[in-house]
Design a protein around this ligand. Sequence first.
Ligand code: AMP
Length: 299
Amino acid sequence: MSVLVVGSVALDDVEAPAGRVQGVLGGAACYFAVAARYFSPVRVVGVVGTDFPREHLEFLESRGIDLGGIVHAEGSTFRWGGRYLENLNERETLYTELGVFEGFRPELPRHFRDSVYVFLANIHPTLQRNVLQQAEAPVLTAMDTMNFWIESEASELELTLAAVDAIVINDEEAHQLTGIRNLVKAAEAIRERGPRIVIIKRGESGALLFDEEGIFSAPAFPLQQVQDPTGAGDSFAGGLIGALAREGSSGPEALRRAIIYGSVMASFGVERFSLDRFRDLTQDEVEQRFEEFRALTRF
Ligand code: AMP
């Protein structure tokens, strides 16, 4: 079943203890799409400028990702720069240059409107809702957000929250959204505001799922080397939604398996800079790590 993602397509500059890269492929929609494509067909809605390298589009196309919703606009592609500290848990945003992303008004091509699984990556909450209105009959809708929107667009965010089935955010965002530090209570408070499924990512501490069945906890895969945590959350969401689409279900059992697939994709993504680990990652490796997760948590 088809997955639709709306979000940033970016050129990133990243500094980390393992090295430094400039003008590499990034953006929430790209991380999400590449990860989700291991499981199901994927459609992308986003915008790039005239400076966006052709080779990045060719890479996404070579994966069979449908780029029919990418607008080519006059101007510069969204650029983001970030620097990680030694422990890799802390990140400093060096700059965010919106470029053509500033005037982005997502429009679904006609053949995208029947998308069954819809992921609204981190964009203005009003635009997120606008996308929902264009999707004709989605079975599962999920959203991300960030501190900026929580602080500056609280009432719009509230309306979007009430309109989605699921939210995938990190622990700090859950706290900001609710004012509650305890994640169990915060998740409960968010569920009361709309989404029946709340997923809270906790970086190297894994992820927590809250739904009508209760709580499920997934660890992060213990890695020997992490080069670049950028996009981990989006790769996680891609693995999660892609796996649900492959199963054609978002019931409790499917959700729990999908959380593990999300963790699998995030763990691969951070092994190298940008989306580089996905360039040679095979389907077999994905399934093998899924089994390794099973061994890791069985007792
Ligand atoms: P994450 O590590 O999950 O925060 O995702 C990082 C990716 O999101 C990078 O590739 C950035 O290009 C992109 N990004 C950073 N800031 C924003 C923003 N304000 N809006 C949309 N995308 C962003």
